[in-house]
Design a protein. Structure first.
Length: 164
């Protein structure tokens, strides 16, 4: 299993942490994102590539929409856990304090709910929440800037997730 990227969103829908390991590749060896040439009505139009901030906004918008749709269709007891496309699988975990963890993996991966819970407990709580120098709120997108958190997250992903 391969982990492509990881995001943390706070309760105000701000992306407070993002990490990209590797982008998925297609059979041709190129990234799975559409090329900058998009064809509309038979003519080529140039699309600008997404910035990391726009990427995070799209991820959060997708999660927010799907989560609300699941709650409206299934009731308050149902929850959104993941979805799969032909290129990646998105995994979602929300804490009781409304911190949202999103992970993009390859399509063959199973449920990452337990792994996201472990990242929350063993990495985020241990090195961010318990750190007296870490801000409680992240105004204006001021994110998690903690070397121990980043190191423990990278080790967790490399040893536990990418090894399986």
């Amino acid at each position: 299993m391969v982990v492509y990227s990881f995001y943390i969103f706070d309760r105000h829908a701000e992306c407070i942490y993002k990490k990209n390991w590797q982008l998925p590749t297609t059979a041709g060896g190129k990234g799975s994102r559409p090329s900058s040439q998009a064809y509309a009505n038979g003519t080529a139009s140039v699309r600008t590539p997404l910035t990391p901030e726009d990427d995070a906004k799209l991820i959060f918008g997708t999660v927010y929409s799907l989560r609300n749709m699941v709650r409206k269709l299934g009731g308050e007891d149902d929850s959104f856990l993941s979805y799969r496309t032909s290129q990646y699988k998105l995994h979602y975990y929300e804490t009781p304090t409304s911190i949202k963890f999103v992970m993009l993996t390859d399509t063959k991966s199973g449920s990452m709910r337990i792994a996201l819970q472990q990242i929350y407990v063993n990495c985020y709580v241990e090195y961010v929440v318990k750190n007296p120098l870490s801000p409680v709120e992240h105004p204006g997108g001021l994110g998690v800037n903690n070397e121990l958190f980043e190191l423990s997250l990278s080790q967790f992903v490399d040893r536990v997730l990418n090894a399986s």
